[in-house]
Design a binder for this molecule. Structure first.
Ligand code: NAP
Length: 278
């Protein structure tokens, strides 16, 4: 079994980004909008700021009150869209109930849309011409490609159909010639599908959801799920047992999480490369 070491790979990517920013001698400004006080978001936002600082990206955090109105968020996005100094904008999810997140994502200028969640970014991805690809799906693809896992003709069982994971990932996988079965909570006999798959990608958010008897021998298992159990971070996969049967597997933590952050940095850097290319 080979561990798909997202921590190691992301560290390499981050070092390369740091060197490239130095070489290009550019100032990169990144705006993060965080509305409310969600505990997980606090960790994600702080991690992004820390990594940005490390590579030399200047980050401004707009931490807005839990009761902020949708119009105020839209106004801020509009201001940041117009600000030529700002390279990238990211709206941290989840947002409080009074805010329509899809409307806010769509308000972000697609060239500054670091998370790639706007309708333009998603449309570009569906049509095969992505500008900024969503960071978690992009991180999964980078990790698979780093370990030279050939997706051509492979059967992939993808358990998630959300806008931020499953949908963008589906298009990235088929672009590399995988045959994808997209599963969700209404899927009947999930285990039959996972067992037939060469690659199982799970993003459900339930610990021990994927058990060893649900995968075939030598399957590749990608665990995107994050749950907190007794203060510890857990994935969807019953790791110890599944690892004995799998050919490649991601750990949690240390798998897709760090790859996601590295892709945030990569998408910010892309904004200057694209500007340079005219
Ligand atoms: P989400 O919108 O809640 O999606 C969960 C998906 O799992 C849905 O498609 C849901 O189906 C499906 N599901 C739930 N119960 C199921 C069951 N019993 N059988 C089959 N499918 C089932 O969450 P998300 O935002 O996409 O995130 C998913 C997980 O990934 C979470 O644990 C999140 O923390 C994690 N995540 C990790 C990263 C990272 O960087 N590592 C990034 C993003 C998300 P329905 O559509 O039918 O509800």
């Amino acid at each position: 079994m080979i561990l798909l070491d997202g921590k190691k790979v992301s560290n390499e990517i981050i070092e390369n980004i740091k060197n490239e920013i130095k070489k290009l001698n550019v100032i990169l400004n990144f705006a993060i909008i965080w509305v409310g006080n969600d505990e997980s978001s606090k960790i994600y936002v702080n991690n992004k700021i820390k990594k940005c600082e490390y590579v030399g990206i200047k980050t401004t955090l707009y931490h807005l009150d839990e009761n902020t109105k949708e119009e105020e968020v839209l106004e801020l996005i509009s201001k940041l869209n117009k600000d030529k100094k700002i390279n990238g904008i990211l709206l941290q999810s989840p947002v409080p109930k009074q805010i329509n997140i899809i409307k806010c994502f769509n308000a972000i200028d697609f060239q500054k849309d670091i998370d790639g969640f706007s309708n333009v970014s998603m449309g570009n991805l569906v049509l095969g011409k992505p500008y900024h690809v969503s960071c978690t799906p992009k991180g999964i693809m980078k990790l698979l490609n780093y370990y030279q896992i050939d997706l051509n003709g492979k059967n992939v069982c993808l358990i998630n159909r959300s806008n931020i994971v499953g949908k963008p990932l589906f298009y990235l996988l088929i672009a590399q010639n995988a045959t994808v079965t997209m599963c969700h909570s209404k899927t009947v006999n999930l285990a039959k599908i996972t067992k037939a798959a060469d690659i199982v990608i799970t993003a459900v958010g339930k610990p021990n959801f994927i058990k060893a008897n649900m995968i075939k021998k030598n399957a590749i298992v990608i665990d995107v799920g994050i749950s907190r159990v007794d203060g510890k971070i857990k994935g969807d996969v019953e790791f110890e047992k599944v690892a004995k049967k799998a050919s490649y597997i991601t750990p949690v933590p240390g798998g897709i999480g760090p790859m996601t952050i590295a892709m945030v940095l990569e998408n910010i850097l892309e904004t200057v490369k694209e500007q340079d290319n005219g």
